[in-house]
Design a protein around this ligand. Structure first.
Ligand code: S3P
Length: 449
């Protein structure tokens, strides 16, 4: 995927963003909706599914392992094979750019009696997989991965599933919902109780959705304040009707665009506001952002609202490290907001940003410096001196920003382009298709309303 020829695109200063729009479905929930539906016994129906390349990679892999998945209009229908019912894929599973597909499906394959090889694009092939290999190996699963010269286990890798696998109790060494979910998915077809101890809360969609599909899963807090998630294996999942809410991680780009472009006033309808995902909105409000949530409701166990955003004068703050897991994908666009704020914004505790689709600290620092932003890149964060609302400038020449196959770097700088003196270019806009098809069209629609 992303094999299309790179398409450089210019983003120029714009008039205000106005109007009411919605964003595509939540990426995390979409992956899980397909996977759990494929494991249920019978026919599930999904609406609002994100039709981005990452989620389509998950769908293709599930089809290759025997699930029937069809699309008619906006409705996706999945005929599940039942927990334990996946079949041996004929070919390697192509994961494209998607870490979530890879890690979740590794867990899924692990406790089935099948073997699957995972391959991906240049970005995914560099990302660490040891964090999933460790717990799955403890379950008795054999995983052979490519070892890098700096001792990382990476794609391509082959998972030889074990059925039955051994149930484990595992304390998460990194705050990662992907690792947590991989273990839970492996635990679904494993006899006995699989237990995960989560010292730092990460997005909890897997737990919520597993409960919704009828799995026996409990979440408790231990004496040290850690979440303890216990899943009873050999589950029988019941098919569901799922409505996927709009992705807060996609809404984030439009929220920041409206905050930094004078005169803007937008409404984003039907966005997920699960507290394990909404850290950015809280941080932006603390910075002085005029953001409000209306028509709060619950859809399929997930909190949802319409988000109202108006242009605001932002002030830099110290972002506490403990909020990072609830906005881990939103730091690139927060850095753009910080570059337009008055005063200094500091962030820390962000080691994980270095192992996302790109090294997001280094890519963001490079691009912001090209726009004349004063900053200090630290090992685990960044200190940014804001322009106080003045348009960003790359000097005489229009900067060309390197996106490194990272959709969120591309979209963050696209938003920054709206607040420049004379525009900027993104070297390759195609990665945006992984998570936010229609991104450019939505920005154009908001500008021209
Ligand atoms: C995701 C979890 C996060 C996030 C990714 C999606 C998920 O990764 O960055 O975009 O759907 O579970 P980590 O759990 O590795 O932090």
């Amino acid at each position: 995927m992303n094999s299309n020829t790179p398409q450089p695109v210019t983003f120029k200063p714009s008039g205000p963003l106005t109007g009411k729009i919605s964003v595509p479905g939540d990426k995390s929930i979409s992956h899980r909706a397909l996977i759990l539906s494929a494991l249920a016994v019978g026919k599930s129906r999904i609406t609002g599914l994100l039709e981005g390349e990452d989620v389509l990679a998950t769908a293709a892999a599930l089809r290759a392992m025997g699930a029937r998945i069809e699309k008619a209009g906006d409705v996706w229908t999945v005929y599940g094979v039942g927990v334990g019912g996946l079949m041996q894929p004929d070919n390697a599973l192509e994961m494209g750019n998607s870490g979530t597909s890879t890690r979740l499906l590794m867990g899924l394959v692990a406790s089935h009696g099948i073997t699957a090889t995972f391959i991906g694009d240049a970005s995914l092939t560099k990302r660490p997989m040891g964090r999933v290999i460790d717990p799955l190996s403890q379950m008795g699963v054999d995983i052979q991965a490519r070892e890098t010269s700096d001792h990382k286990s990476c794609l391509p890798l082959t998972v030889r599933g074990l059925c039955p696998a051994i149930p484990i109790e595992y304390r998460l060494p990194v705050a990662s919902a992907q690792v947590k979910s991989a273990i839970l998915l492996a635990g679904l077809n494993t006899p006995g109780i699989t237990r995960i101890i989560e010292p730092v809360l990460t997005r909890d969609h897997s737990e919520t959705m597993l409960k919704g599909f009828g799995a026996e899963i409990s979440v408790e807090t231990d004496a040290e304040g850690c979440r303890v998630i216990s899943l009873t294996g050999e589950a029988e999942l019941q098919p569901q009707k799922i409505k996927v809410p709009g992705d807060p991680s996609s809404a984030a780009f439009l929220v920041v665009a409206a905050l930094i472009v004078p005169g803007s006033n937008i409404v984003i309808e039907n966005v997920g506001i699960n507290p394990t995902r909404s850290g950015l909105f809280e941080v932006l409000q603390t910075m002085g952002g005029d953001i409000s949530f209306k028509k709060k409701r619950t859809v399929g166990g997930e909190p949802v609202a319409d988000i109202y955003v108006k242009h605001s004068s932002l002030t830099g703050i110290d972002v506490p490290a403990n909020i990072a897991p609830s906005m881990i994908d939103e730091f690139p666009v927060l850095f753009i907001a910080a570059a337009m704020a008055s005063g200094e914004t500091t962030t820390c505790g962000l080691h994980e940003l270095r192992v996302k689709e790109s090294d997001r600290l280094s890519q963001m620092a490079k691009g912001l410096a090209q726009l004349g932003v004063k900053l200090t890149e630290k090992e685990d964060g960044m200190v940014i001196e804001g322009s106080g609302g003045k348009p960003l400038s790359g000097g005489r020449t229009k900067p060309v920003i390197e996106t490194a196959l990272d959709h969120r770097i591309a979209m963050s700088f696209a938003v920054a382009g709206l607040a420049t003196k004379s525009g900027l270019a993104i070297d390759d806009i195609t990665p945006v298709q992984t998570s936010f098809p229609g991104f450019q069209e939505l920005i154009t629609a908001l500008i021209s309303q």
